[in-house]
Design a protein around this ligand. Structure first.
Ligand SMILES: NC(=O)c1ccc[n+]([C@@H]2O[C@H](COP(=O)([O-])OP(=O)(O)OC[C@H]3O[C@@H](n4cnc5c(N)ncnc54)[C@H](OP(=O)(O)O)[C@@H]3O)[C@@H](O)[C@H]2O)c1
Length: 376
């Protein structure tokens, strides 16, 4: 990672210059990237800082500030989904480095005197040790997990043409079958390998045809702007998008690199931002993003994955605030792991040698009732 060495050097220099122990670190790195929603690198400097603090032997708690990366309610729309990557990474940093993790604080657009006083109080742990907070005019709001309100609407009824990215993957194929059984008459299944090379694609096509549904297998890298523009242009009557494309590159924070971040962020984050932008002119019934509980709870060895999925969750919230359809499904633990039924998805920590990285502990599945999650 480009900045890791420089950060470590600066930290060592600062310590030498001030000749005093570091008692806390507040990072404003995420704020610098407020407007680059499609860039995968928003979280990269924060990762470099976490690594550099370790390299420089700084044990003081690190707090990461963002601005508009979370929403506290209807009157407070989420402004910068890209900064939510830092919230995802933070969940994992808290698990991997609890000894030197402080927390996450989302700042208001304008930090006035009162807000600054709140910030000082948060950093001094005056709020009962809350480590995930938003500072707003109303005061300091702490993050809580609450039960989702039941849907009051009729839910999403697939119809017409539905685009499923990663449509030849484990969950993408399940979504395709479900959409075919529930009303779609044309499915566009996009993946880099397309229908020719993706394992199981031919059998899936036969299955969907037997259900009376046409499947178009598109060889398309959904993180490539031109490819996404063309794909959407080729299917102007799209009624829904289900973005399941994704890939893993697990490793503990200390072993992650810019490339390993990019590998995971690109197919999720860049692609989601492109799909969002390229379908705004369509009157979609549903815009579904496949996310992970790792973004909410963290999972050791998955900081890049948590960052990417936190961005997806935030993008869905931003779209909802704009009145656009959006559902982010945070897949979590289940009793029948998908990978046990013959898929290739496994959490792997071997890529760049990650000695302390456990295999992912949560194994999602696709039980039929899970399809109800797609009904907003
Ligand atoms: N299954 C789980 O355990 C689990 C748990 C939590 C969340 N999720 C989420 O659910 C989604 C689906 O998971 P899965 O298990 O079905 O994954 P999977 O079997 O590995 O399938 C991923 C699919 O994404 C496609 N893909 C990857 N990069 C792409 C790109 N740049 N452009 C287009 N297609 C791309 C792959 O095809 P190509 O390689 O041919 O491109 C493949 O079809 C993922 O977003 C994942 O994060 C899954």
């Amino acid at each position: 990672m480009a900045d890791r060495g420089r950060f470590a050097e600066q930290l060592r220099d600062a310590r030498a210059e001030f000749d005093a122990p570091v008692t806390g670190v507040l990072s404003l790195l995420a704020l610098a990237d407020a407007d680059s929603e499609e860039k995968t690198g928003t979280v990269a400097p924060t990762l470099a800082l976490v690594q550099a603090l370790g390299d420089a032997g700084v044990e003081a708690p690190l707090w990461c500030a963002t601005q508009g990366a979370v929403t506290t309610g209807g009157s407070d729309p989420l402004a910068h989904p890209a900064q939510a990557q830092v919230w995802g990474l933070g969940q994992v940093a808290a698990l991997e480095h609890p000894d030197r993790w402080g927390g996450l604080v989302d700042l208001p657009e304008q930090l006035d005197e009162r807000g600054a006083a709140h910030l000082r109080a948060v950093l001094a742990a005056a709020h009962g040790g809350e480590d995930q907070v938003a500072i707003r005019a109303a005061g300091v709001l702490a993050r809580r997990l609450t039960r989702a309100a039941g849907s009051s609407g009729t839910g999403w009824q697939p119809r017409g043409t539905v685009l499923i990215t990663g449509g030849t993957g484990a969950l993408g194929a399940h979504v395709a079958r479900w959409a075919a059984e529930n009303g779609a008459d044309h499915l566009v299944l996009a993946s880099r390998r397309g229908g020719e090379a993706a394992p199981g694609a031919a059998a899936l096509g036969d299955e969907l045809a037997a259900l009376g549904v046409t499947a178009t297998f598109a060889a398309c890298d959904v993180s490539d702007p031109e490819s996404v523009r063309s794909l959407v242009a080729e299917h102007p009557r799209l009624t829904a998008v289900v973005h399941t494309a994704g890939s893993l590159d697990d490793g503990v924070l200390d072993h992650l690199t810019a490339d390993r971040l990019d590998h995971v962020l690109r197919p999720k984050v860049t692609a989601a931002a492109l799909l969002d932008r390229c379908t705004r002119h369509l009157d979609l019934d549903a815009f579904v993003l496949f996310s992970s509980a790792a973004a909410t709870f963290g999972n050791e060895g998955q900081a890049n994955y948590a960052a990417a999925n936190a961005h997806l969750d935030a993008l869905a919230q931003q779209r909802q605030a704009l009145g656009l359809p959006a559902t982010s499904v945070a897949w979590g633990p289940g009793r029948t792991p998908v990978w046990r039924r013959g898929t290739r998805r496994r959490s792997s920590c071997t890529a760049a040698g990650s000695p302390r990285c456990p295999r992912t502990s949560r194994s999602p599945r696709w039980p039929r009732p899970s399809a109800t999650a797609l009904r907003p």
